[in-house]
Design a protein. Structure first.
Length: 203
């Protein structure tokens, strides 16, 4: 279930789209003959750092260079890169593709949904059974943490643990001769034996 959370969450989010772009161009003539590029890209939803592949052209539409440029997360929906250099005098550009990680948006899902799922699973595992033995009501409770054996509401045995790798045993003796032994399985299923004989629940 937890494995599918990011898949489902990502499926319901809008497609990542570029909504605004700014390339600040500074050309250094001299012997370097290169252009310094500052990039700022804004998307329609939150993004983390990633890559943008951009082709660069001069004023005559002559191809200069294509670069895969790493852009850092700047604001919630904006990434940027400063001081990328391109050989030649850049006049035009074309963003060919981009690949930005949006998985960190799902952190809130993990923080919220995982505890809820764990509590839900824990609630499913809570069990309670009542038995009538020699005119007394024997009740066994198997919770997420507490496990108790009671007779007419009075607690006679208890075991507290979150995880147990073996079945939990609770026991007591009625009237100094009737042995009660409750077994709680690792999935919180309850059974009760009276003098080593399996008992039926109270009808």
């Amino acid at each position: 279930m937890i494995i599918f959370i990011p898949i489902i969450a990502n499926a319901v989010q809008p497609e990542l789209k570029l909504v605004d772009e700014h390339l600040y161009i500074d050309y250094y003539y001299s012997s370097l003959n290169e252009t310094s590029i500052d990039i700022e890209l804004t998307f329609n939803r939150k993004v983390n750092s990633g890559y943008a592949t951009i082709a660069f052209y001069d004023s005559n539409n002559n191809y200069l260079e294509t670069k895969k440029i790493y852009c850092y997360a700047y604001e919630a929906t904006t990434v940027e890169n400063t001081y990328t250099t391109i050989s030649g005098k850049v006049d035009k550009y074309e963003i060919l593709s981009f690949d930005f990680n949006t998985s960190y948006q799902l952190i809130w899902l993990y923080h919220f949904l995982i505890p809820v799922i764990l509590l839900f699973i824990g609630a499913l595992l809570i069990s309670y059974k009542e038995y009538e033995v020699e005119g007394k009501i024997v009740s066994v409770y198997a919770g997420w943490y507490h496990h108790t054996l009671r007779v007419d509401g009075e607690k006679f045995d208890e075991h507290n643990t979150i995880i147990s790798y073996i079945p939990i045993k609770l026991s007591t003796t009625l009237n100094k001769k009737t042995k009660l032994e409750a077994t709680i399985s690792m999935t919180n299923r309850i059974s009760l034996k009276v003098n080593d004989k399996l008992a039926n629940t109270k009808k």
